[in-house]
Design a protein around this ligand. Structure first.
Ligand code: NAD
Length: 497
């Protein structure tokens, strides 16, 4: 697929491990295939890292930790801020490479990359203020606390926001003085490595940020490695559960950003145009592959008809096709397997009694080079019931389930009827009701009169099975550091013995 941007094909061909400040081909013979979602063509074999490779990279990260952890927070912050500037200066190349890896539309990739620069700059800016406390105790004695890094952090990412995952994890980790070994999803290995080169150019010492490639086995070795102090993971609930179990053996710290099946509640008094736009943002961004998506859309009965009419009108206008085109709004699903999984869920929904109101089929774009890409038309399901699998399970594709409701108490209780608790949304003009509903919802993020907005200072993470810990915002620094308390006696020791 032609991108018109120099550099993206180079990013595919070069070694994709990044260890001790350089690209490296790992020693082992195992590898996995990398495909382009947009064209279905195989791009290359990617060598996977084994135990020996991981030992080598963890050793490098441990060695780098000794000096990086002693660097002043202010100086660490300066390097991060410089990295943010470099990201902005290379944003088009990064965005095009992200498109090649993920199949997402170019405008979404640009938005992601800009957000990553903001995140890295944000942590660069706030880290100098992440200090301990002074506590006055009796008789003039006192105590103080010191925030210290954890050590070597292992990061494991999913495929829907590859550069963002590497950035959201590495920025707070490095700011706190940790070093990192990051394993991207095997479906999207390219841009995490570019981040390593950007950090190096900004002045990050070699070995502080490293990348290894691999599939489940590589992730398992990393998460059970005794010299890793924390795992920060983004992915599915079953994998998160396995990782937590692997971390239990050595009592490692763990942050888990997992799946969701979030509710979006639309009351009859909403601004209908905004509610329709919100529902689309909550379901169709990034081909529906967003963890926080509000895929259970509860619409108050009296407005279902006009809501669906407006929704279909806007959805029909979405442009499906080449993700590198400026006007494309729906790119390719990540893989053949994921596209089949989404279509299978739609079939299951139909067999349970849901109706396809719009879309839900494979699309072959007219451009002959895209015929084997993984394109799907966004899907709207009606006649849904709370107990259906399409309403209970995370599909991770552009499938919106529309449900109806009569009153507030009923809808809140149904919205909370989920094992997940990542996000939720409320559309209403009645702000008292909005805040009342927000307080009753069992989720980590809530949106009032909008959806899927991620300002850099706002913490993000889940309740229930959707995760542990937070990313973004200043609270995240607490998850990448530990507190040392120091008591200082100012008097003679008072001892009963
Ligand atoms: N909460 C969030 O912030 C967030 C963000 C994006 C995606 N997600 C979730 O991610 C999922 C989709 O991503 P996915 O299909 O890549 O998830 P996944 O769980 O299949 O894989 C995620 C990563 O874990 C690795 N892995 C797999 N098994 C492992 C094991 N046993 N030990 C260690 N590593 C292992 C994979 O190689 C990959 O890098 C969805 O459930 C989605 O909701 C959550």
């Amino acid at each position: 697929m032609s991108t018109g941007i120099a550099g993206t094909s180079k990013q595919v061909q070069t070694p994709l491990n990044y260890v001790g400040g350089q690209r490296l081909t790992p020693s082992c013979s195992d590898s996995f295939n990398l495909f382009s979602p947009a064209t279905g063509e195989k791009l290359r074999d990617v060598p996977a890292s084994n135990e020996k490779d991981i030992q080598n990279v963890v050793d490098k990260a441990r060695e780098a930790f000794h000096s990086w952890s002693r660097e002043s927070p202010f100086n660490r912050g300066k390097i991060l801020k410089k990295a943010a500037d470099i990201i902005r200066s290379r944003s088009e190349e990064l965005a095009r490479t992200e498109v090649l890896d993920t199949g997402k539309p170019i405008w979404e990739a640009r938005y992601d990359i800009e957000g990553c620069a903001d995140t890295i700059e944000y942590y660069g800016g706030i880290i100098a203020n992440h200090n301990g406390d002074f506590i006055q105790v009796e008789g003039g004695s006192f105590a103080y606390t010191i925030r210290e890094p954890l050590g070597v952090v292992g990061g494991i990412g999913a495929w829907n926001y590859p550069f963002q995952m590497a950035s959201w994890k590495s920025a707070p980790a490095l700011a706190c003085g940790n070093t990192m070994v990051f394993k991207p999803s095997p479906l999207t290995p390219l841009t995490a490595v570019m981040l390593g080169e950007i950090y190096q150019e900004a002045g990050l010492p070699d070995g502080c940020y490293n990348v290894i490639q691999g599939e489940r086995e590589t992730g398992e070795i990393l998460s059970s490695h005794p010299d890793i102090d924390k795992i920060t993971f983004t992915g599915s609930v079953p994998t998160g559960s396995n990782i937590m179990a692997a971390c239990a053996k050595d009592i490692k710290h763990v942050t888990l950003e997992l799946g969701g099946k979030s509710p979006l509640i639309i009351f009859a008094d909403s601004n209908l145009d905004n509610a329709v736009k919100g529902a689309m943002l909550a379901n169709f961004s990034n081909q529906g592959q967003v963890c926080s998506n509000g895929t259970r859309v509860f619409v108050e009965k009296s407005i279902v008809k006009p809501f669906l009419e407006k929704l279909v009108e806007r959805t029909k206008a979405m442009v499906i096709g080449n993700p590198n085109n400026e006007d494309t709004t729906v790119g390719a699903t990540i893989s053949q397997e994921q596209a089949e999984c989404v279509l299978k869920y739609i079939q299951i929904g139909q067999s349970e009694g849901a109706k396809i109101y719009y879309g839900g089929e494979r699309v072959k774009p007219s451009d002959s080079s895209l015929q084997n890409g993984y394109y799907l038309k966004p899907c709207i399901l009606t006649d849904c019931q709370d107990t259906m699998r399409v309403v209970q399970e995370e599909i991770f594709g552009a499938v919106m389930s529309v449900l109806t409701f009569d009153c507030e108490d009923e809808v809140v209780s149904r919205a909370n009827n989920s094992e997940f608790g990542l996000a939720g949304g409320v559309f209403t003009k009645d702000l008292s009701r909005a805040h009342r509903v927000v307080r009753k919802m069992e989720t980590g993020s809530l949106y009032v009169n909008n959806y899927n907005i991620y300002p850099v200072g706002v913490p993000f993470g889940g309740y229930k099975k959707s995760g542990l810990g937070r990313e973004n915002g200043k609270d995240t620094l607490d998850y990448y550091s530990q507190i040392k308390s120091v008591y200082v006696e100012m008097n003679d020791v008072d001892c009963p013995y």
